[in-house]
Design a protein around this ligand. Structure first.
Ligand code: FES
Length: 616
């Protein structure tokens, strides 16, 4: 622990982040606090880190902040160092107890958590002072209008007398939820959950300082019921017990993560008083045991946009017995609380720029803001980006090819195809970002034409002689071989991209680009008007911006305008725990954002067909 009581970052941690993000963002996304008062904008000069080994350019801000010898030693401002390759970085402990925390995409959040603790030393009751115990306590905390429930009243008199009237009041949104003996004000913890369909992430936060103490993730235990929301909704329609089991599985996932982050952060679970959960509408319904069937059938309605807050124990979490769970509200059946949290984390409602937010996944959520009006929609992209329906597709795990570069003019020993593989192991398959890279590269060198067809063998020999021998057939289908373990390996045993895979990607990208094209049209905007594209979610963050532009997944813009936003749902959940004002902002989004139903629009089909081409 640091002098101020906040936890130091672990001494050794390896984290994986999308290429190009700043060390400051990478640390923040991974629960490692770096000093800052400007939120990563290069103006406060507090985010000092030391890069061990490797050349990192010196910016003019670095030159103004550090001495010559510090610069030689590797000291830099963390928000100006971009992780374009593996880096070893030393993060010094926080020097001051912050009043604000940096979360999301450079959002500075003034700390005003719903969870408050007040230590008071009360005068004992006497015959001349017969105020009730509750009044005695509330009189001493005059800046809050406290209410107390029966649970607290049952403990109050005993705790007061056993601790000589020296107690800490635990308050959640002005409700007194407990009275603890002595001074426990330093122990104010909460957990932010990103409840994803595939992966769930939990971050333990010290809400007194805004410091993330531990972050961990696991697969959603609902996986056996199906990989996506539709199969899980169907499971509840076919088996009346499935809803209960899905709810239990969600609770078990959250409970396991809570136990792990508390252990890692060295925190007693009974000192965690609040959790915030950002999940899509189906995950939220299932975690709360609400029938999700109406979400899965037209006209796709939610039971309620804003679920009530519930006791964390009702979700199966063993935290403080009165700990409460806040669930983010949803804008629609397919633009859920995870997107509302993401909008909060990226400041979609505060920024005056024209920005496009895309969370790429099986269901792709799109938000467009021109600084005045905010529109949202959902596009069913299908499973291609998660490696589903792709012949050699796989999740982004060890052995997945995630980066591909092809060089049709490679000479001598230079490779014509260079692969980046997760875990640096033998390639086993192709994940979503690898698929996008593969198609983009083949379009770039001309082996795939604009309609998405692999060119003939003859044309390939002319266009890219060094690559032509990678075109092959499996049965009737043409494929491009990406990795052949040995020269003798049969094509079917190789890792390859098939013509059908290209078609799958075309449909997925057309669904998404139709979404943002129609939103841009609705606001009378062109591609070039978009000042920033935020790619959110675990897949979007690893996507190569250049490849995304080339295949038309995002508007045709300079790549610098395309930003990997990371796990913004989790960041939004943190913000809701750190600030009641931000939480109110999330609720206000329900009024501010209009949902656009695409399938209703007469121009939907024509736009979709236009968007199938890679040149579109
Ligand atoms: Fe303020 Fe880097 S965070 S200068």
């Amino acid at each position: 622990k640091a002098e101020d009581g906040s936890a130091l970052p672990p001494t050794q941690r390896g984290v994986r982040v999308p290429p190009g993000v700043t060390v400051f963002d990478a640390a923040s996304w991974n629960g490692i606090a770096i000093d800052s008062t400007c939120g990563g904008h290069g103006t406060c000069h507090k985010c000092r880190i030391r890069v061990e080994g490797g050349e990192v350019p010196i910016t003019r801000h670095d030159a103004r902040t550090f001495t010559e010898s510090q610069l030689t030693d590797g000291w830099r401002l963390g928000c100006l160092v971009h992780a374009t390759r593996d880096l070893a970085v030393e993060v010094p402990p926080l020097t001051t107890r912050p009043k604000a925390a940096t979360v999301g995409i450079g959002r500075q959040v003034i700390l005003r958590p719903a969870l408050q603790k007040r230590y008071v030393e009360l005068a004992e009751a006497t015959l001349s002072d017969q105020r009730t115990d509750l009044v005695r306590l509330t009189d001493a905390i005059d800046d809050l209008e406290l209410t107390a429930d029966l649970h607290v009243l049952r403990r109050l008199s005993t705790v007061l007398r056993e601790s000589d009237f020296k107690v800490t009041a635990v308050v959640l949104d002005e409700a007194l939820i407990d009275v603890e003996p002595g001074d426990t004000t330093a122990a104010r913890y909460a957990i932010a959950f990103d409840l994803g369909t595939t992966t769930v992430v939990g971050t333990l936060l010290d809400v007194g300082t805004g410091t993330p103490l531990a972050v961990t993730s696991s697969l959603n235990k609902q996986q056996p019921f199906g990989g996506d929301v539709i199969t899980r909704i169907s499971a509840t329609m076919m088996d009346k017990d499935a809803l209960g089991r899905l709810q239990e599985a969600a609770g078990a996932t959250l409970a396991e993560l809570a136990t792990r982050v508390c252990r890692e952060g060295g925190v007693d679970p009974s000192q965690v008083y609040e959790v915030a959960v950002a999940g899509n509408a189906t995950m939220t319904a299932l975690a709360l045991g609400i029938d999700p069937e109406p979400l899965g059938v037209a006209p796709f309605v939610m039971t309620a946009a804003q679920p009530p807050s519930v006791l964390a124990s009702e979700l199966g979490l063993s935290l403080h017995p009165r700990a409460r769970a806040f669930f983010f509200p949803a804008l629609g059946a397919y633009v859920g609380g995870d997107i509302v949290a993401g909008m909060l984390a990226t400041g979609m409602d505060r920024d005056k720029r024209t920005r496009l937010f895309i969370d790429v996944g099986t269901n792709c959520e799109i938000v467009l803001s021109d600084g005045e009006t905010i529109l949202s929609t959902a596009a069913p992209a299908g499973p291609a980006f998660e490696g589903g329906a792709i012949r050699c597709g796989m999740r982004a795990a060890d052995g997945a090819i995630e980066v591909i570069k092809v060089d049709p003019h490679a000479l001598g020993d230079d490779p014509a195809v260079t692969l980046g593989v997760i875990g640096d192991v033998e390639p086993r398959g192709l994940c979503g970002s690898g698929l996008v890279d593969a198609v983009s590269e083949l379009v770039r060198v001309g082996l795939l034409d604009d309609t998405g067809r692999l060119v003939t063998d003859e044309a390939a020999k002319e266009i890219a002689p060094g690559l032509a021998d990678r075109l092959a057939r499996i049965g009737e289908e043409r494929v491009f071989v990406l990795h052949r373990p040995t020269p003798e390996t049969e094509v079917a045993e190789c890792v390859y991209l098939s013509q059908r895979d290209v078609r799958e990607l075309q449909f997925a990208k057309a669904a998404i680009s139709t979404g943002w094209t129609l939103l841009l049209e609705q606001l009378g905007l062109e591609h070039r008007d978009v000042q920033q594209v935020l790619l959110a979610g675990s897949f979007g963050s690893y996507l190569s911006p250049a490849s995304a532009v080339r295949i038309g997944l995002v508007p045709k813009l300079p790549v610098l305008r395309i930003v990997a936003a990371g796990n913004v749902a989790g960041e939004g959940a943190k913000m809701a725990l750190l600030s009641v004002r931000e939480r109110a902002g999330a609720l206000a989004l329900l009024e501010e954002v209009s949902y656009v139903e695409l399938s209703d629009r007469p121009d939907f089909n024509d736009t979709f067909v236009d968007q199938l081409a890679f040149g579109s």
